[in-house]
Design a protein around this ligand. Structure first.
Ligand SMILES: CC(C)(COP(=O)(O)OP(=O)(O)OC[C@H]1O[C@@H](n2cnc3c(N)ncnc32)[C@H](O)[C@@H]1OP(=O)(O)O)[C@@H](O)C(=O)NCCC(=O)NCCS
Length: 213
């Protein structure tokens, strides 16, 4: 990807982390916010631009520095195909055979420092792989998921759209032809251990992880 400015939606801590990844790849960055007056002081990181300017920047490249899966989805629904969202991959991430190319082809994917992918992994658009997560073989991560720092997905696991895996959680392996599946929009609490498939639209916590109330 040619070096140019990446316009990052969001001004939170995660937006700054996305800025770091863009810079590690040689890009300039600027942040986009709906309320520039309330944006934290980001002068040491880059310029803050009102989101209303997006239509004038539409030749540029964009990233979404917002961890909330539903908010990322709304931004993409709003701007549709008008904006280009390249995958952003930290140089310290590691990949099994053929995997880097497959992940870099997916729009809006963000891979933070230290993430390790093995092989035969499918990744959906706009999913986030945060610091030091590990993604085992034969895993499917649908679009708009978020894998928090240090989470570990074993082999033969399928995350449906919008799943959140909390910091340091572990997802045990499924089997060929019988993947361990986490239903759409379900959240797995930090430090939890998932030992079997989980329903959609739920919160699971604990060891072993159980649906909360
Ligand atoms: C699971 C989670 C979403 C629940 O948040 P919440 O709805 O605000 O829940 P609360 O803090 O009110 O806790 C509700 C109950 O669940 C328990 N609980 C919450 N998180 C838990 C966890 N990770 N593991 C075990 N139990 C947990 C609480 O102890 C509490 O139990 P109680 O009712 O017996 O007192 C949240 O705790 C969590 O783990 N979020 C992920 C954080 C993360 O990974 N961030 C990444 C940043 S990059």
């Amino acid at each position: 990807m040619a070096k140019q400015t990446i316009y990052i939606f969001g001004t939170s801590g995660f937006a700054r982390e996305v800025a770091d990844i863009a810079r590690e790849n040689g890009h300039e960055i600027a942040f986009l916010t709906q309320s520039p007056d309330q944006a934290e002081d980001l002068s040491e990181f880059g310029e803050v631009i009102p989101e209303g300017e997006v239509e004038n920047l539409s030749d540029g490249l964009f990233a979404i520095g917002i961890g909330d899966n539903a908010v990322r989805r709304k931004i993409v629904q709003h701007y549709g195909d008008r904006l280009r969202f390249p995958a952003l991959v930290h140089p310290s991430a590691s990949f099994g055979i053929g995997q880097r190319e497959r992940i870099e082809a997916m729009p809006g994917v963000i891979v933070c420092a230290g993430v390790r992918f093995t092989n035969r992994i499918e990744v959906g658009a706009f999913s986030i792989f945060n610091l030091n997560a590990t993604i085992g073989h034969d895993v499917i991560v649908d679009e708009f998921c978020n894998i928090a720092p240090g989470a570990n997905l074993s082999g033969y696991v399928h995350l449906r759209s919008g799943v959140w895996i909390g910091t340091g959680a572990a997802v045990n392996q499924g089997q060929p032809g019988a993947y361990l599946e986490i239903g759409a929009n379900t959240m797995i609490g930090s430090g939890s251990v998932v030992v079997k498939s989980c329903e959609a639209d739920s919160v699971y916590v604990g060891i072993p992880a159980k649906a909360r109330g």
